[in-house]
Design a protein around this ligand. Structure first.
Ligand code: PLP
Length: 401
């Protein structure tokens, strides 16, 4: 069997036609036609007044923080378990990240874990919809409101997910999305920020165009800022993808249900959680196993690779990685974020691409159950670990690389 990739996009004749047309025609007075159509379609889909095409989700978070006035001396709360892109822009504006614990079921920030991190310096919170799972946005937004804290919803992994009838990215001051090639919809590289706040939108327009007032034709820059724009070719690709979004989301849900039918009953395994009142779009089908099995994610990844199956580690806590070795909040986070440290060593993302066949999913599930034992700790012993290392007993002391 050929190698099963972790994920990849769904590209049809529609995408190719739109990009071809953009390459031929989206210039001169038509330079922005695809941006305008993509932004309008995206804003309508998410249910927001404004959408702004950007080169990445990382830049969308940076721009949001900058436009909200977050800077040196301010603290920004971010879940400890997420891709580093959620947190890195906090440093770009000179603010300090504070790493909140995640929930054991949703794997996301909660109002409770956020509350423990609030100080008088807290200026913003970045709530992440991890792997398509929804964070508890009502509680987070209420708490933030009461404390005058700005909210950014990082929906990079959750386009199409829903919470109490509202789409991912429709909460907070801004919602931000990624269209990286691995994400549910793609523009190759790309991102989007959405907001209902007119003043914030106008501030972001100015900051993303070298401090030019929207409509400026005099090239008379008001301040030194950033250059964050998407190309017309990418916008054409994005328009085709958002016009196919129901199909892309249905495909993710199909893949998840095939995994659930094969792994859902295994008592030692937990898959992505779809909380009551939410719809999950399962960007990455993710499995967490009982830590009593003693096998770490690095071991399982290596054994899956031998079966020609690509997997990814469940994100490491940010407070555990070398990039944040000097973070002010690191010691507190490592001591207090019990759920992050209990789950992270024992989780993997499984192949979740749109083109996966049922046979491939059979192969992945058979491989995983072979490695972890079909019944877990109560059944037969799991296969030997790839490295022969014993699992960490104190995960606060996990290797720092
Ligand atoms: C992918 C991702 C980002 C960053 O997206 P880019 O478009 O690569 O900048 C941010 N946050 C999360 C949670 C992501 O998964």
């Amino acid at each position: 069997m050929k190698r099963i990739p972790i994920t990849g996009p769904s590209i049809t004749a529609k995408e190719i036609a739109y990009v071809t047309d953009a390459a031929a025609n989206a210039w001169y007075e038509n330079a922005n036609i695809y941006h305008e159509r993509f932004e309008a379609a995206f804003a309508e889909y998410v249910g927001r007044r404004h959408a702004m095409t950007l080169p990445s989700c990382t830049s969308a978070i940076h721009l949001s923080l900058a436009a909200l006035g977050v800077g040196p001396g301010d603290e920004v709360i971010v879940p400890d378990v997420t891709w580093i892109a959620s947190a890195a822009p906090i440093g770009y504006v000179g603010a300090t990240p504070v790493f909140a614990d995640i929930d054991a079921k949703t794997w996301c920030l909660t109002a409770k874990t956020m509350a423990r991190c609030i100080t008088e310096r807290t200026k913003a919170v970045i709530a992440v919809d991890l792997y398509g799972n929804m964070a508890e946005m009502d509680g987070i937004c209420d708490l933030a409101d009461r404390h005058g804290i700005a909210v950014i919803e990082d929906a990079a992994e959750a386009v199409g997910s829903e919470y109490h009838g509202k789409k991912a990215g429709s909460f907070g001051h801004t919602g931000v999305f990624s269209f990286h090639g691995t994400k549910t919809m793609t523009t190759g590289e790309g991102g989007m920020a959405v907001t209902d706040d007119e003043a914030l939108y106008r501030r972001m327009l100015m900051l993303r165009d070298h401090g030019r007032k929207p409509g400026d034709t005099g090239f008379f820059n008001a301040e030194v800022a950033f250059k964050y724009k998407m190309s017309g070719l990418q916008a054409a690709l994005g328009l085709a993808q958002i016009e196919r979004i129901e199909e892309l989301v249905a495909e993710k849900r199909r893949v998840f249900s095939l995994y659930q039918a094969r792994l859902g009953d295994a008592p030692h395994l937990t898959l992505n959680y779809e909380a009551p009142g939410t719809r999950n779009t399962y960007w990455m089908v993710t499995v967490i196993w009982d830590r009593a099995l003693g096998t770490t994610k690095e071991d399982v990844m290596a054994l899956m690779a031998k079966e020609n199956i690509d997997t990814r580690p469940f994100f490491h806590p940010l407070s555990a990685i070398p990039a944040y070795a000097d973070a002010a909040d690191r010691t507190r986070a490592r001591a207090e974020n019990k759920v992050s440290y209990a789950l992270s060593p024992y989780g993997l993302n499984l192949p979740s691409g749109a083109s996966l066949t049922e046979e491939e999913i059979d192969h992945v599930c058979a491989g995983l159950l072979g490695i972890l034992g079909a019944k877990g700790a109560a059944g037969k012993r799991p296969a030997l670990s790839a490295s022969g290392r014993s699992p960490p007993t104190n995960t606060n002391l996990m290797p720092l690389g």
